[in-house]
Design a protein around this ligand. Sequence first.
Ligand code: ADP
Length: 256
Amino acid sequence: DLSIQLNVNTEDELGELAKSIEDLAEKLDFMKRERNEFLSSVAHELRTPLTFIKGYADIANRSTTSLEDKTQYLRIIREESRHLTQLMEDLMNLAQLEENGFKVEKHQVLIQELINEVVSKVSGVFSEKRINFLISGEGNFYANIDFMRIEQVLVNLLMNAYKYSADESDIKLAFIPEKENFKIVISDKGEGIPEQDLPYIFERFYRVDKSRTRTTGGVGLGLAIVQDIVKKHNGKIIVESIQNQGTTFIIELPYS
Ligand code: ADP
């Protein structure tokens, strides 16, 4: 245990020093607990798909299992492997982002070009559900940002909007230029997020409905990554949502 008790209660420099050492010990203790929680979440997330994979591989391997069932089990095994790959990718991303001294590589970016790139990336997927994709906001605005990282943020939010929307639903992306900052608003008319879950959705591994998101493939790291990237750009991200009506994410970033 890291708890330290220093019996110096004076008002002078020594007292101050004792106080800061105590604060530091408390902080280290908190970090230790956080790390342990994180590790047990990761272990849990790994165990679930692995249990499915092992279980179905065993049944598929039995000579008594019909070919039809085998095909079905193999499909589950493939699906769970995909889930594990996604988890690994998200974890690597998170580790990279949280590494000390990680820097976003900022360059002058034409915001319109970034939006075009994002739109072309998701349009193909959107057409599978015949999503009505509405894009608004134009102009020659430049911002000093990491193109790839902000692209990742927007694609992530759009793919979430897609995942939690019904067929033929509307999804909007709006660029709103302001004086020193600009906003990018992504909104959907999907299932929304219950009010009591809203404060937690940016936390690592947080999912509103675990059974629902298992089938849609998320592991609950996407928004944690999104928030990290936005923070590294000195920006803000806000969410508004009404259950069964839709969700809106607003990203605000400085031009420079
Ligand atoms: P996941 O990979 O599970 O989607 P995220 O970190 O991206 O994880 O999101 C966390 C949770 O927030 C999701 O599991 C989902 O419940 C909720 N969520 C995020 N975006 C939306 C949205 N556009 N509509 C409804 N729910 C959402």
